[in-house]
Ligand binder design. Sequence first.
Ligand SMILES: [Zn+2]
Ligand SMILES: [Zn+2]
Length: 335
Amino acid sequence: MRAMLMQHWGEKLQYIELPIPHPHENEILIKVHVCGICRTDLHIVEGDLTQPKLPLIPGHQIVGEIVQLGKNVSGFHVGQRIGVPWLGGSCAHCSYCLSTRENLCESPRFTGYQIDGGFAEYCVADSRFCFPLPAMYPDAQAAPLLCAGLIGYRALRKTNHAKHIGIYGFGAAAHILTQVAKFQGREIYAFTRPGDSAAQIFAKQLGVKWVGSSEHPPPFLLDAAIIFAPDGKLVPIALQAVAKGGIVVCGGIHMSDIPSFPYDILWGERTLCSIANLTRYDGEEFLALAPKIPIKTEVHTYPLIKVNEALDDLRHGRFTGAAVIEISGNDCQQT
Ligand SMILES: [Zn+2]
Ligand SMILES: [Zn+2]
């Protein structure tokens, strides 16, 4: 099979041909149709995340069709369309797994990090962590739901009943959760990089209440803020943008160091927290909600051979919405 492989830690992906993997007893073999690009892939390839298996095929927003079932797999059939998210396995017996917090599992396995992912023609995945996908979405439009959507949704849920929500970094996750927030009767205040007029126009088209540069404060103090940009400097800025009792949620897996800040901007029962990974429950809840809204994803597709280019475009903010790698070229086929 054709694949894009990271041979050494922090290196660009190399095109390679590899044997098609074999599914173990709980696994399914998937012919990959498309695989979404996530900022986490960028952190893996740039070496910010330090525990990848090597060599590694990254990619964790996989949409494909089942071509073979492991002997213990039930509830799935060959030919079925399936989605594979970031959480590829959990231990099922640590204190977190036993308290419905498998996203915090002590020995998790992540797709495209400890398990080979979807930047390849085929992959295997533990069927117990895969999701059937809503039929209304073509493959490419479904892919960003699997991480940008899921993690964005988890971040949004963390804001509880906040009505006025700031988002720092208006990329794939933000464009999805803006639609969820509107559906729930909330208002989004979008902060972009200074001068990023493409992101500001995009945010306006999606119906945010306000757009501005992250260098400037919002028109009034917000109830909550979510930070997707991997820039620690935004943490004190976001804390200053939320009212007493407000919450700032860091939605990324990696961030540059947070500069020190006066206690005053945390005082007043403001909360600062992160969200980490996903649970299968998040996936089931969000994938059921997405077609009801219905969430529409804006995607920019690249062929498999151009994964490095797609990652570079993400690094420099050269597209709005989400990037998706097309692998088998039949991105509109559904089962
Ligand atoms: Zn566990
Ligand atoms: Zn991701």
